[in-house]
Write a protein that binds this ligand. Structure first.
Ligand code: DGL
Length: 262
């Protein structure tokens, strides 16, 4: 079991921002990544649909022998991980928007969160804000259209620039000093967001925290891979592999996006 792969899934390439942190912290682990681009964006779907899709993704990764699954998608984490934990015996790691550190460190006592509709309307997000952001105003903004642009290869485009201005400018007017990226696709936009938000706004994502949590759980469950040697990392996508390939091409190693009919 120890040398079985870690499974990671997302609605597309967003979870690759989590994959990078996991691989950095746990270079010895075999990894299977599933980009369920066919069903993107998840953010516009109902809770029931997101649970159904997450179950299918879990079954795919289990069929590949995964020992633990990282749900590298805020929308699926906030809506489906509770269900997955109740129905499957392996550990699931979920992504959570970094509201707690943002609220703790805010001087203006106003923080922004940019996330999908599915994440912002979830109970988990509501509970997290209630618990960790007492006395701090949380300005919520749906990033409608951002995932679709990234998934269609338009990460750097005039449409992207205008959408980012439309979403971020009003938050700046409300005096935010921290901006939480509550969707795993958004760290790809960090440089563009910095251009708009300037140096006074700290931009937070959850990648490193998720990698640390994955290590903690693997250690507790005696699942860390102790063998060194050939490590395999495999990247599946169920739609046109071109966009994923472009991102994989920026990694240090040579990876091929594998098209699966799943
Ligand atoms: N990366 C997913 C997330 O973190 C994107 C959701 C979507 O497909 O809308 O929420």
């Amino acid at each position: 079991m120890r040398n079985s792969p870690i499974g990671i899934f997302d609605s597309g390439v967003g979870g690759l921002t989590i994959y990078e942190e996991i691989h950095k912290l746990l270079p010895n682990e075999n990894i299977i990544y599933l980009a369920d681009n066919k069903n993107a964006p998840y953010g516009e779907k109902s809770k029931e649909e997101i649970i159904d899709i997450s179950v299918k993704n879990t079954e795919f990764l289990l069929s590949k022998g995964c020992k633990l699954i990282v749900v590298a998608c805020n929308t699926a984490s906030t809506n489906a991980v509770k269900y997955l934990r109740e129905h499957y015996a392996i550990p699931f790691i979920r992504v959570q928007p970094a509201i707690k550190p943002a609220a703790l460190n805010s001087k203006t006592k106003v923080v922004g969160i940019l996330a999908t509709k599915g994440t912002l309307k979830s109970e988990l997000l509501f509970e997290t804000s209630q618990r960790f952001a007492q006395g701090v105003k949380v300005v919520e903004q749906v990033g409608e259209g951002l995932v679709t642009l990234i998934e269609s290869g338009k990460m750097h485009s005039s449409e992207m620039t205008s959408l980012l201005h439309k979403y971020i400018d009003p938050m700046l007017d409300k005096n935010i000093d921290h901006l939480v990226l509550g969707c795993t696709h958004y760290p790809f936009l960090t440089d563009q967001i910095k251009e708009i938000a300037g140096t006074k706004v700290a931009i937070l994502d959850s990648g490193e925290a998720i990698a640390r949590q994955t290590k903690v759980i693997l250690t507790e469950e005696n699942l860390l891979n102790l063998e060194s040697g050939d490590i395999s990392r495999i990247f599946y996508t169920n739609k046109d592999p071109q966009v994923m390939q472009q991102i994989l091409d920026e990694f240090d190693e040579e990876f091929v996006a594998i098209k699966t009919n799943f």
